[in-house]
Design a protein around this ligand. Sequence first.
Ligand code: MF3
Ligand code: CO
Length: 248
Amino acid sequence: MSRFQILTAAEMEAARESGRILRSCLEEVSRRAVPGVTTGELDRIAEDFIRSHGGEPAFKGYHGYPASLCVSVNDECVHGIPGARIVKEGDVIGLDCGVFFGGICTDACRTVIAGDASPRAAELVAATSRALEDACAIIRSGIRVGDISSRVQHSVEGAGFKCVYALTGHGLGKTLHQYPDIPNVGEAHTGPMVPAYTLLAVEPITSMGSDAIREGDDGWTIHTRDGAVAAHFEHTVLVLPEGHEILA
Ligand code: MF3
Ligand code: CO
């Protein structure tokens, strides 16, 4: 028995619509991530957007997570909780969000820079986005998870940055996190073989400094241990017999 969740045609349609809502939500939130806005306002914008388009925020209440959006600023890698924090010029902001529609979940993240970016931050963000696109480009049924991991790793390291190895992508579908883990480092031709009609969340998380992490006092936020700036991009990808669709 495969541990992958194979979607029906109707579930794939739901996944596409879930992804459309999530993509437009992230576009809207990215536009609003400018100096002066609070991270809590960005969360409210995301939640209102999702609900008004017929979706449900997938993160809210997930293992007790209190918001619809993760907003991870500068040294925060993932799972930053939005609140009173005011976005400043040059902040590097991960905007990670999930949507349920028709019983199917999609999960995606973009990192944006508020206002004027430092050249090094802009490089990290571009390299992380490129690593995600490089890795997703090879996805089709029959590839192995290590093929994806290896592409992410080589792309990020080739640009002179590090993957935060402890944080991985994952399968998803009727739930947000499921089999398999998709590490951001690994060897081609190893790991589980990916079947068609499944969803994968591929998500490189990178650092300008060391790849070591620490957990914040709120029990959610993951920081780089050395305080280095981190970036995070994530797509939900539908695996098909001859290729893939990027849903969000
Ligand atoms: N995209 C995040 C991940 O895959 C989802 C965060 S779940 C939350 O880890 F509960 F923290 F929101
Ligand atoms: Co994810």
